[in-house]
Ligand binder design. Structure first.
Ligand code: SAM
Length: 238
């Protein structure tokens, strides 16, 4: 549909009719040929906001998927880079794709739930990209609390987001229509496929992070075209 090696329309429909976890298992080998993989331009901006090569000991990428962010984070880390995801298929793909990636830090792939992170004060940096649509508003506090727990004091949660598009824009209508279809799908069909657009947007996400004790900074203009409107948020744990 998006690329000759990517999933067909039918395969994407099958994904949306499965649970979130199973849906990603189904498309894992073709995921990197979809526009849902975070683009390198955004990942490069995120890494620039974090720092120089080997400047941190360890990083965690939550909802790592096929390891797109981990490939960039590895060279920043001296010791280890950890990716967590609940889809076994996506983790298998990450393992394959990260072989020979730049850097010497150990790579750990952990199967787990982003809403129940099993880490305590272990990381200098936690990232999460392209996955906030899978976090329901009612779960946002559990998600951020787990990230805060996983960070060492002074550690940073770094991610990319954007602002709400104007109601006059095509994207606003596409996103709202998609969300409405998913609400109906999830009301009628179990298990649910959790995926909603226009979540974790700047500046709303600031108050969520501040409620969890983070000091929050937004960096504009770091991403290359056509993603120049993306915002890199750096939230620091005191
Ligand atoms: C759109 S993909 C993004 C992958 C990657 N971060 C990227 O940007 O290319 C979303 C990922 O989040 C994972 N995911 C969704 N909900 C999750 C949860 N509650 N716990 C762990 N992983 C989850 C999915 O399995 C999938 O791999």
């Amino acid at each position: 549909m998006y690329h000759p090696e990517g999933p067909t329309f039918l395969e994407l429909m099958r994904q949306a009719l499965a649970s979130t976890e199973r849906g990603y298992d189904l498309i894992a080998p073709k995921f990197d040929y979809t526009p849902f993989r975070t683009p390198d331009a955004v990942l490069e901006a995120m890494v620039t906001a974090i720092g120089e090569p080997s400047s941190i000991a360890s990083a965690l990428d939550v909802c790592c998927g096929t390891g797109a962010a981990m490939g960039h984070l590895r060279s920043l880390c001296r010791d280890r880079v950890v990716g967590l995801d609940f889809s076994e298929g996506m983790l298998a793909e990450a393992k394959r794709r990260l072989e020979g990636s730049k850097g010497t830090a150990a790579i750990d792939l952990v199967r787990g739930d982003a809403l129940a992170l099993p880490f305590r004060a272990e990381f200098d940096v936690v990232t999460s990209v392209g996955a906030f649509g899978h976090i329901e508003p009612r779960d946002e506090d559990a998600f951020i609390a787990g990230i805060a727990r996983a960070l060492r004091p002074g550690g940073r949660f770094v991610f990319a987001t954007g602002e709400m598009p104007p109601v006059t824009s095509q994207w606003w209508w596409v996103a709202r229509s998609f969300n409405a279809v998913m609400r109906v799908r999830n009301a009628l069909l179990k298990p649910e496929f959790i995926m909603y657009y226009l979540t974790f947007l700047w500046p709303d996400v600031r108050s969520l992070l501040e409620r969890h004790g983070f000091r929050v900074e937004a960096k504009h203009g770091l991403c290359a075209a056509p993603y120049e409107r993306a915002i890199i948020v750096v939230a620091t744990r005191p």
